[in-house]
Design a protein around this ligand. Structure first.
Ligand SMILES: O=C(CO)COP(=O)(O)O
Length: 254
């Protein structure tokens, strides 16, 4: 991978202001790990507070509405999260696809809105266990990526990160084999080459997500084509998240 590994914490529906002390600890320690790019995606309610707290690490959102403004009670637009301090948005997470019936078409509209608001996007993709067992995982993920990416990405190098998160590995303590991860990341890279050409695709980091912990991070991050990790549960405490950041720095040295 061309760039530094990228370790992103997705706090999901967790976190109150009491957790800002964890953010401070993550930020201050990440200062010593210049080899790794670190970011957190807290819930909307904490984006601004986290943004004000950090000096070294990035801050992002977990979603945005595809519209610009208007009568959408309870929704938050891309420019609103950008105004709160977010520099990127996670889109297409399987929890949103499942719990909110988000289609690839809607995700495409959200990516467009995020990019137009000047933000980077982490596009999530990943198959269910049934799809993997049927031998269709790579075809499924390729289709998800092709259908979710809009034409507006004129500069994917700066605008896009892809996160491969097999649904059955999220929050379960299970992970694919290292060979399966390598094969999927290679397949995703090929899709990006088809879409954007070799030079651009080489710069788009492909993260792995799903039960990344301090004790498995080093081997997962050493897999060919893995450019970082999208971390759920283990990002909620500074100690475990920093363990993963440290593993990324070590994997980089090897
Ligand atoms: O969904 C994830 C990150 O977006 C992964 O969650 P866990 O790390 O808790 O498995």
């Amino acid at each position: 991978m061309a760039e530094r590994p990228y370790i992103v914490g997705n706090w999901k529906m967790n976190g109150t202001r009491a957790m800002l002390s964890e953010v401070r600890a993550i930020d201050r320690s990440s200062q010593r790990l210049m080899k790794v790019e670190v970011a957190l995606a807290p819930p909307y309610t904490l984006i601004h507070a986290v943004h004000r707290e950090v000096e070294q690490i990035g801050v992002g959102a977990q979603d945005c509405h595809p519209g610009v403004d208007g009568a959408n009670t309870g929704d938050i637009s891309a420019s609103m999260v950008a105004d709160a301090g977010a520099k990127f948005v996670i889109l297409g997470h399987s929890e949103r696809r499942e719990n909110h019936n988000e289609s690839s078409e809607l995700i495409r509209a959200k990516i467009t809105a995020a990019v137009e608001a000047g933000m980077r996007v982490i596009l999530c993709c990943g198959e269910s266990e049934a799809t993997r067992d049927a031998g269709d995982a790579e075809a499924f993920v390729t289709k998800q990526i092709r259908e979710s990416l809009p034409d507006v990405l004129d500069n994917p190098t700066d605008q896009l990160t892809v996160a491969y998160e097999p649904i059955w590995a999220i929050g379960t303590g299970r992970t694919p084999t290292l060979d399966d991860i390598a094969a999927m990341h290679s397949s995703i890279h090929s899709t990006l080459v088809d879409l954007y050409g070799e030079d651009h695709a080489a710069q788009v980091r492909i993260l792995y997500g799903g039960s990344v912990k301090p004790d498995n991070a080093k081997e997962l991050l050493a897999v060919d084509g893995v450019g970082g990790a999208l971390v759920g549960g283990a990002s909620l405490a500074a100690e475990s998240f920093l363990g993963i950041v440290l593993a990324a720095a070590e994997a980089q040295d090897q």
